[in-house]
Ligand binder design. Structure first.
Ligand code: PHB
Ligand code: FE
Length: 328
């Protein structure tokens, strides 16, 4: 007989502000009204709790994502797809030089359980970490209720392609997904499809603009089509990408509407490499050795195209495939 054991979450009793503290290996996490405090044997770090929770939310919802999720220039995780590094200062040139950086590796389920417990405890009723700034209440203050519906949200994944049988139908007012205030001008008509009899379950088309105009979250790609390892992950963006993503593979962006400004820096050191302004219709490839963060002045639509192949991070690390999709 086998017994499944839930990973242990190490936490304290609630503090004066009503929040528990959490520990993972030699890291500890504590929150008060305004801040998340992170301590490790050789250092300590403080982040405003709102950006901390927005980054934590994505790290969990995306299952630690591809490569590195930097919460800011100090704290973050590296996904090894089975286990996960939690680090402080590992990708910060000055922390490395001063030898105050710290990294510990955890089984995926253990770090996930602790992060989920922390997020559930530290997000108050008024706050939605996925919402645009003007569409949520405050993250700050003493503990007041929770928002489990918001923090347990996971990305929507198509089983085949949107519009095919089993589609979750996120494209109608009846589904509860109404047109966002910023996309009131987006055409809501669907394409007309005339299917040869017998192929009704094989052929479909849908308006991606209509679909995205109804997204109620920001900086949270959904997977709308899957073709072998090719994933189309469109998303709606407003304000700042809450993480600084360190790539472990090339990734493509197609700006579908409006504008995003990308800050691109070296993945290891954080030294600036480029500022990229992408306007509607622009296409860019992000190299495999960078970190990047996007700034979207107005809510915009972005298509992120990912290669999901598990072989890529190793091939890139071993130099078997270039860091860029094309060399000029
Ligand atoms: C990215 O890191 O490439 C990324 C993440 C989330 C988004 C858009 C881009 O919404
Ligand atoms: Fe990225």
């Amino acid at each position: 007989m086998s017994t499944s054991q839930l990973p242990e979450v190490k936490s304290t009793e609630p503090n004066e502000q009503g929040y528990r503290s959490y520990s993972l290996g030699e890291f500890t996490f504590r929150r008060d009204e305004h801040f998340a405090h992170i301590d490790w044997p050789t250092g300590r770090h403080v982040m405003a709790v709102e950006p901390f929770l927005k980054a934590l939310m994505r790290d969990i919802a995306w299952n630690f994502f591809y490569g590195t999720v930097n919460f800011d220039s100090v704290i973050g995780t590296v996904n090894h797809y089975g286990d996960v590094d939690l680090f402080a200062g590992r990708f910060n040139e000055d922390y490395r030089k001063a030898e105050i950086d710290h990294l510990e590796n955890f089984p995926h389920d253990e770090i996930k359980a602790t992060f989920e417990a922390m997020l559930g405890d530290w997000v108050n009723e008024s706050f939605d970490p996925f919402a645009a700034p003007q569409e949520t209440g405050s993250a700050y203050g003493d503990k007041s209720g929770n928002n489990m519906a918001a923090v347990t949200r996971t990305r929507v994944t198509a089983k085949r392609m949107i519009g095919m049988p089993d589609d979750e139908l996120l494209r109608s007012d009846e589904s509860g997904y109404t047109v966002n205030r910023m996309f009131a001008d987006v055409d809501q008509s669907e394409p007309e499809v005339k299917v040869e009899p017998g192929y009704e379950k094989e052929v479909s088309a849908f308006s991606l603009f209509k679909y995205l105009s109804r997204s109620d979250v920001t900086w949270n790609p959904s997977v709308v089509s899957v073709c072998k390892d090719s994933l189309y992950c469109p998303t709606t963006e407003e304000f700042i990408l809450p993480i600084i993503h360190g790539n472990d593979r090339v990734e493509w962006f197609i700006q579908l509407s409006d504008e995003i400004i990308w800050e691109v820096a070296d993945r290891e050191t954080g030294r600036p490499r480029a500022n990229v302004v992408m306007k509607a219709g622009d296409c860019a490839a992000m190299p495999a050795d960078i970190r990047h963060q996007g700034f979207s002045p107005k809510r915009s639509m972005l298509l992120v195209w990912e290669n999901n192949s598990a072989a890529l991070p190793g091939m890139i690390a071993r130099g078997e495939t270039p860091n860029v999709p094309v060399e000029f």
